[in-house]
Ligand binder design. Structure first.
Ligand SMILES: O=C(O)CCC(=O)C(=O)O
Ligand SMILES: [Fe+2]
Length: 327
Protein backbone atom coordinates (compact mmCIF):
# COMPACT_ATOMS: atom_id res chain seq x y z
CA UNK A 1 0.00 0.00 0.00
CA UNK A 2 1.22 3.49 -0.81
CA UNK A 3 2.25 5.92 1.89
CA UNK A 4 0.22 9.06 2.40
CA UNK A 5 2.32 12.16 1.76
CA UNK A 6 3.27 13.84 5.05
CA UNK A 7 3.29 17.57 5.27
CA UNK A 8 5.48 19.51 7.70
CA UNK A 9 2.33 20.37 9.68
CA UNK A 10 1.46 16.74 10.19
CA UNK A 11 4.85 16.12 11.83
CA UNK A 12 4.32 18.87 14.38
CA UNK A 13 0.62 18.65 15.12
CA UNK A 14 -0.80 16.14 17.64
CA UNK A 15 -2.43 12.97 16.28
CA UNK A 16 -6.04 13.42 15.17
CA UNK A 17 -8.59 13.32 17.97
CA UNK A 18 -10.66 10.17 18.04
CA UNK A 19 -14.43 10.54 18.16
CA UNK A 20 -16.63 7.80 19.57
CA UNK A 21 -18.83 5.94 17.08
CA UNK A 22 -22.48 6.99 17.45
CA UNK A 23 -24.19 3.64 16.88
CA UNK A 24 -23.17 0.07 16.19
CA UNK A 25 -19.55 -0.32 15.22
CA UNK A 26 -19.03 0.44 11.55
CA UNK A 27 -15.35 -0.59 11.56
CA UNK A 28 -13.88 2.74 10.53
CA UNK A 29 -12.21 5.10 12.94
CA UNK A 30 -13.73 8.56 12.89
CA UNK A 31 -11.36 11.43 13.48
CA UNK A 32 -11.48 15.19 13.28
CA UNK A 33 -8.53 17.19 12.04
CA UNK A 34 -6.56 18.89 14.87
CA UNK A 35 -7.68 22.45 15.55
CA UNK A 36 -11.02 21.79 13.83
CA UNK A 37 -13.11 20.65 16.73
CA UNK A 38 -16.07 23.01 16.35
CA UNK A 39 -19.50 21.68 15.39
CA UNK A 40 -18.64 22.35 11.73
CA UNK A 41 -15.52 20.16 11.92
CA UNK A 42 -14.82 17.87 9.00
CA UNK A 43 -14.82 14.30 10.26
CA UNK A 44 -13.03 11.58 8.35
CA UNK A 45 -13.48 7.82 8.05
CA UNK A 46 -10.05 6.21 8.25
CA UNK A 47 -8.94 2.62 7.90
CA UNK A 48 -5.55 1.02 7.23
CA UNK A 49 -6.93 -0.50 4.01
CA UNK A 50 -8.00 2.90 2.58
CA UNK A 51 -5.49 4.69 0.32
CA UNK A 52 -6.73 7.98 1.86
CA UNK A 53 -9.39 8.96 4.43
CA UNK A 54 -12.98 9.58 3.31
CA UNK A 55 -14.83 12.61 4.74
CA UNK A 56 -18.20 12.13 6.40
CA UNK A 57 -21.25 13.49 4.60
CA UNK A 58 -21.74 17.20 5.19
CA UNK A 59 -24.83 17.84 7.33
CA UNK A 60 -26.60 19.64 4.45
CA UNK A 61 -26.70 16.27 2.67
CA UNK A 62 -27.20 13.92 5.61
CA UNK A 63 -30.04 16.06 7.06
CA UNK A 64 -31.92 15.91 3.76
CA UNK A 65 -31.43 12.14 3.55
CA UNK A 66 -33.88 11.93 6.44
CA UNK A 67 -36.55 12.77 3.84
CA UNK A 68 -35.65 9.66 1.82
CA UNK A 69 -37.32 7.81 0.22
CA UNK A 70 -38.68 10.88 -1.54
CA UNK A 71 -41.61 8.94 -3.05
CA UNK A 72 -43.46 5.64 -2.67
CA UNK A 73 -42.00 2.96 -4.95
CA UNK A 74 -43.68 1.63 -8.08
CA UNK A 75 -44.11 -2.15 -7.93
CA UNK A 76 -43.02 -3.89 -11.13
CA UNK A 77 -44.07 -7.54 -11.01
CA UNK A 78 -46.23 -7.83 -14.09
CA UNK A 79 -43.95 -10.33 -15.84
CA UNK A 80 -42.94 -13.88 -14.88
CA UNK A 81 -40.31 -14.01 -12.10
CA UNK A 82 -39.84 -10.23 -12.08
CA UNK A 83 -39.98 -8.47 -8.72
CA UNK A 84 -38.86 -4.84 -8.57
CA UNK A 85 -39.54 -1.78 -6.47
CA UNK A 86 -38.73 1.37 -8.45
CA UNK A 87 -38.21 4.56 -6.42
CA UNK A 88 -38.28 7.50 -8.79
CA UNK A 89 -36.50 9.10 -6.97
CA UNK A 90 -35.33 7.72 -3.62
CA UNK A 91 -32.78 10.46 -2.87
CA UNK A 92 -34.51 13.88 -2.68
CA UNK A 93 -33.86 15.89 -5.88
CA UNK A 94 -32.45 18.81 -3.84
CA UNK A 95 -29.38 16.81 -2.79
CA UNK A 96 -28.91 14.19 -5.52
CA UNK A 97 -26.40 16.37 -7.41
CA UNK A 98 -24.41 17.24 -4.26
CA UNK A 99 -24.33 13.61 -3.15
CA UNK A 100 -23.11 12.57 -6.62
CA UNK A 101 -20.35 15.20 -6.64
CA UNK A 102 -19.34 14.38 -3.05
CA UNK A 103 -18.94 10.64 -3.72
CA UNK A 104 -17.17 11.18 -7.05
CA UNK A 105 -14.72 13.59 -5.40
CA UNK A 106 -14.07 11.71 -2.15
CA UNK A 107 -14.00 7.98 -2.96
CA UNK A 108 -11.11 6.02 -4.43
CA UNK A 109 -11.73 3.95 -7.54
CA UNK A 110 -10.04 1.21 -9.61
CA UNK A 111 -10.03 0.14 -13.24
CA UNK A 112 -9.81 -3.62 -12.75
CA UNK A 113 -8.16 -5.96 -15.27
CA UNK A 114 -8.27 -9.73 -14.98
CA UNK A 115 -7.71 -12.86 -17.04
CA UNK A 116 -10.45 -15.33 -17.91
CA UNK A 117 -9.96 -18.74 -19.38
CA UNK A 118 -12.43 -20.08 -21.96
CA UNK A 119 -11.21 -23.57 -22.76
CA UNK A 120 -7.53 -23.24 -23.68
CA UNK A 121 -7.79 -19.51 -24.51
CA UNK A 122 -6.84 -16.89 -21.94
CA UNK A 123 -8.31 -13.42 -22.42
CA UNK A 124 -7.53 -10.17 -20.62
CA UNK A 125 -10.69 -8.38 -19.51
CA UNK A 126 -10.58 -4.61 -18.98
CA UNK A 127 -13.57 -3.75 -16.81
CA UNK A 128 -15.28 -0.94 -18.77
CA UNK A 129 -16.03 1.33 -15.78
CA UNK A 130 -14.43 2.47 -12.51
CA UNK A 131 -15.27 0.36 -9.46
CA UNK A 132 -14.72 0.21 -5.72
CA UNK A 133 -16.14 -1.94 -2.90
CA UNK A 134 -16.60 -1.91 0.87
CA UNK A 135 -17.93 -4.56 3.25
CA UNK A 136 -17.48 -8.04 4.59
CA UNK A 137 -19.70 -11.14 4.49
CA UNK A 138 -21.85 -12.43 7.36
CA UNK A 139 -19.11 -14.66 8.84
CA UNK A 140 -17.11 -11.69 10.16
CA UNK A 141 -17.73 -8.43 12.00
CA UNK A 142 -15.68 -5.27 12.51
CA UNK A 143 -14.29 -4.65 15.98
CA UNK A 144 -13.71 -1.24 17.59
CA UNK A 145 -10.13 -0.98 16.48
CA UNK A 146 -11.02 -1.61 12.82
CA UNK A 147 -9.91 -5.26 12.75
CA UNK A 148 -12.14 -8.21 11.89
CA UNK A 149 -13.62 -10.76 14.29
CA UNK A 150 -15.01 -14.13 13.34
CA UNK A 151 -18.74 -14.14 14.14
CA UNK A 152 -18.78 -17.73 15.45
CA UNK A 153 -15.69 -17.79 17.63
CA UNK A 154 -15.59 -14.06 18.44
CA UNK A 155 -11.83 -14.25 17.86
CA UNK A 156 -9.98 -12.06 15.46
CA UNK A 157 -9.82 -13.30 11.88
CA UNK A 158 -6.36 -14.67 11.22
CA UNK A 159 -4.05 -13.10 8.65
CA UNK A 160 -4.79 -15.79 6.10
CA UNK A 161 -8.56 -15.71 6.82
CA UNK A 162 -9.01 -13.73 3.58
CA UNK A 163 -6.72 -13.34 0.56
CA UNK A 164 -8.16 -9.84 0.10
CA UNK A 165 -8.22 -7.05 2.68
CA UNK A 166 -11.86 -6.25 3.48
CA UNK A 167 -12.67 -2.55 3.96
CA UNK A 168 -15.41 -1.21 6.22
CA UNK A 169 -18.03 1.10 4.67
CA UNK A 170 -17.02 4.73 5.15
CA UNK A 171 -19.55 6.78 7.10
CA UNK A 172 -20.91 8.44 3.92
CA UNK A 173 -22.02 5.07 2.47
CA UNK A 174 -22.99 3.57 5.81
CA UNK A 175 -25.58 6.33 6.32
CA UNK A 176 -27.25 5.43 3.03
CA UNK A 177 -27.00 1.69 3.78
CA UNK A 178 -28.72 2.11 7.15
CA UNK A 179 -31.52 4.23 5.64
CA UNK A 180 -32.03 1.71 2.85
CA UNK A 181 -32.26 -1.16 5.34
CA UNK A 182 -34.91 0.78 7.27
CA UNK A 183 -36.99 1.56 4.17
CA UNK A 184 -36.79 -1.92 2.59
CA UNK A 185 -36.64 -4.24 5.61
CA UNK A 186 -33.61 -5.92 3.97
CA UNK A 187 -30.11 -6.29 5.41
CA UNK A 188 -26.93 -5.32 3.58
CA UNK A 189 -23.25 -5.85 4.37
CA UNK A 190 -21.68 -4.69 1.09
CA UNK A 191 -21.60 -1.51 -0.98
CA UNK A 192 -20.32 -1.89 -4.55
CA UNK A 193 -19.78 1.39 -6.37
CA UNK A 194 -19.51 1.82 -10.15
CA UNK A 195 -18.53 5.07 -11.88
CA UNK A 196 -19.44 5.29 -15.58
CA UNK A 197 -17.32 8.20 -16.79
CA UNK A 198 -19.02 8.43 -20.20
CA UNK A 199 -21.14 6.53 -22.69
CA UNK A 200 -18.30 4.11 -23.44
CA UNK A 201 -18.45 2.78 -19.89
CA UNK A 202 -20.95 0.00 -19.37
CA UNK A 203 -21.86 -3.28 -17.72
CA UNK A 204 -22.89 -6.13 -19.97
CA UNK A 205 -25.87 -8.42 -19.42
CA UNK A 206 -25.44 -10.46 -16.25
CA UNK A 207 -27.28 -11.45 -13.10
CA UNK A 208 -26.09 -11.18 -9.52
CA UNK A 209 -27.07 -14.72 -8.68
CA UNK A 210 -23.88 -16.07 -7.08
CA UNK A 211 -24.42 -18.70 -4.40
CA UNK A 212 -22.74 -16.53 -1.78
CA UNK A 213 -25.74 -14.14 -1.94
CA UNK A 214 -28.11 -16.91 -0.79
CA UNK A 215 -31.53 -17.64 -2.30
CA UNK A 216 -33.64 -14.80 -3.71
CA UNK A 217 -31.19 -12.04 -2.82
CA UNK A 218 -32.40 -8.45 -2.47
CA UNK A 219 -30.15 -5.85 -4.10
CA UNK A 220 -30.75 -2.11 -3.77
CA UNK A 221 -29.28 -0.21 -6.73
CA UNK A 222 -28.88 3.60 -6.67
CA UNK A 223 -28.24 6.00 -9.55
CA UNK A 224 -26.57 9.39 -9.05
CA UNK A 225 -25.56 11.76 -11.84
CA UNK A 226 -26.22 11.12 -15.52
CA UNK A 227 -29.31 9.26 -16.66
CA UNK A 228 -28.53 5.86 -18.18
CA UNK A 229 -30.78 3.13 -19.53
CA UNK A 230 -31.05 -0.01 -17.40
CA UNK A 231 -32.06 -2.93 -19.59
CA UNK A 232 -33.57 -6.17 -18.36
CA UNK A 233 -34.44 -9.38 -20.16
CA UNK A 234 -35.51 -12.84 -19.04
CA UNK A 235 -32.82 -15.54 -19.09
CA UNK A 236 -33.31 -18.03 -21.89
CA UNK A 237 -35.26 -21.02 -20.65
CA UNK A 238 -35.84 -24.39 -22.30
CA UNK A 239 -39.63 -23.96 -22.20
CA UNK A 240 -41.76 -21.51 -24.15
CA UNK A 241 -41.65 -19.29 -21.04
CA UNK A 242 -39.21 -16.81 -22.56
CA UNK A 243 -41.63 -15.78 -25.31
CA UNK A 244 -44.12 -14.65 -22.67
CA UNK A 245 -41.72 -12.01 -21.38
CA UNK A 246 -40.64 -8.79 -22.97
CA UNK A 247 -37.47 -6.82 -22.40
CA UNK A 248 -37.65 -3.82 -20.09
CA UNK A 249 -35.93 -0.43 -20.21
CA UNK A 250 -35.80 1.73 -17.09
CA UNK A 251 -34.25 5.16 -17.83
CA UNK A 252 -32.60 5.53 -14.42
CA UNK A 253 -32.20 9.19 -13.39
CA UNK A 254 -30.24 10.82 -10.58
CA UNK A 255 -31.55 9.77 -7.18
CA UNK A 256 -33.50 6.76 -8.47
CA UNK A 257 -33.28 3.40 -6.73
CA UNK A 258 -34.33 -0.03 -7.95
CA UNK A 259 -34.75 -2.81 -5.41
CA UNK A 260 -34.39 -6.16 -7.17
CA UNK A 261 -35.72 -9.10 -5.21
CA UNK A 262 -37.47 -12.48 -5.30
CA UNK A 263 -36.60 -14.49 -8.41
CA UNK A 264 -35.31 -11.46 -10.35
CA UNK A 265 -31.62 -12.41 -10.08
CA UNK A 266 -32.07 -16.10 -10.78
CA UNK A 267 -34.34 -15.62 -13.82
CA UNK A 268 -33.55 -12.17 -15.30
CA UNK A 269 -30.45 -10.45 -16.69
CA UNK A 270 -29.66 -6.73 -16.47
CA UNK A 271 -27.20 -4.34 -18.12
CA UNK A 272 -26.18 -0.70 -18.67
CA UNK A 273 -25.34 -0.60 -22.40
CA UNK A 274 -22.86 1.78 -24.01
CA UNK A 275 -24.35 4.98 -25.39
CA UNK A 276 -23.26 7.79 -27.71
CA UNK A 277 -24.38 11.35 -27.08
CA UNK A 278 -26.94 12.28 -24.44
CA UNK A 279 -25.92 13.08 -20.90
CA UNK A 280 -23.76 9.96 -20.30
CA UNK A 281 -20.56 12.05 -20.59
CA UNK A 282 -21.44 13.86 -17.35
CA UNK A 283 -20.68 10.67 -15.42
CA UNK A 284 -22.91 8.34 -13.42
CA UNK A 285 -22.41 6.67 -10.05
CA UNK A 286 -24.17 3.42 -9.24
CA UNK A 287 -24.20 2.03 -5.70
CA UNK A 288 -25.50 -1.46 -5.00
CA UNK A 289 -26.11 -2.64 -1.46
CA UNK A 290 -26.01 -6.41 -1.10
CA UNK A 291 -25.72 -9.12 1.55
CA UNK A 292 -23.02 -11.76 1.09
CA UNK A 293 -23.31 -14.81 3.33
CA UNK A 294 -19.89 -16.48 2.94
CA UNK A 295 -16.18 -15.70 2.70
CA UNK A 296 -16.22 -16.51 -1.03
CA UNK A 297 -18.41 -13.46 -1.60
CA UNK A 298 -15.88 -11.17 0.03
CA UNK A 299 -13.01 -12.63 -2.02
CA UNK A 300 -15.03 -12.32 -5.24
CA UNK A 301 -16.11 -8.72 -4.67
CA UNK A 302 -12.59 -7.45 -3.87
CA UNK A 303 -11.03 -9.40 -6.73
CA UNK A 304 -13.35 -7.85 -9.32
CA UNK A 305 -13.93 -4.38 -7.86
CA UNK A 306 -10.55 -3.46 -6.31
CA UNK A 307 -8.10 -5.92 -7.86
CA UNK A 308 -4.39 -5.17 -7.68
CA UNK A 309 -4.06 -2.15 -9.94
CA UNK A 310 -3.57 1.54 -9.19
CA UNK A 311 -5.88 3.88 -7.30
CA UNK A 312 -7.86 6.49 -9.25
CA UNK A 313 -9.24 9.71 -7.85
CA UNK A 314 -11.43 12.46 -9.30
CA UNK A 315 -9.38 15.45 -10.48
CA UNK A 316 -11.54 18.56 -10.27
CA UNK A 317 -9.51 20.88 -12.59
CA UNK A 318 -9.18 18.17 -15.24
CA UNK A 319 -12.75 16.88 -14.65
CA UNK A 320 -11.68 13.24 -14.92
CA UNK A 321 -10.54 10.24 -12.90
CA UNK A 322 -6.74 10.13 -12.85
CA UNK A 323 -4.22 7.81 -11.23
CA UNK A 324 -4.11 9.08 -7.65
CA UNK A 325 -0.39 9.61 -7.21
CA UNK A 326 -0.16 11.94 -10.20
CA UNK A 327 -3.58 13.52 -9.58
O1 LIG B 1 -25.04 0.52 -12.87
C1 LIG B 1 -26.06 -0.13 -12.70
O2 LIG B 1 -27.18 0.39 -12.62
C2 LIG B 1 -26.00 -1.64 -12.59
C3 LIG B 1 -24.78 -2.17 -11.91
C4 LIG B 1 -24.81 -3.65 -11.77
O3 LIG B 1 -25.64 -4.32 -12.32
C5 LIG B 1 -23.82 -4.33 -10.93
O4 LIG B 1 -22.89 -3.69 -10.41
O5 LIG B 1 -23.94 -5.55 -10.75
FE1 LIG C 1 -25.72 -6.30 -11.48
Amino acid sequence: MSKRPRTLDSFFSPPPKRVRQPEENSGTITTSAPGQESSSERKLSRHPTYPFPVPDLPSCISDMLNFAPAVEPRVINDQPDLNLLYYQPYVPKEIARDLFEFLRRELFFYRVRYMIKRGPVETLINTPRFTTVFGVDETARWSEDGSLNDCKSGRSVSKDGYKCKPRPLPHCLDVLRTLTEGATGCQFNFALVNYYANGKDSISYHSDDERFLGVEPAIASFTLGARRDFLMKHKPTPEAHVSETKALKLPLGSGDMVLMKGLTQSRWLHSIPKRTGGEADRGRINITFRRAMFKGGTENYYRYNVGDGEVYRWNEPRQEMLPWKTA
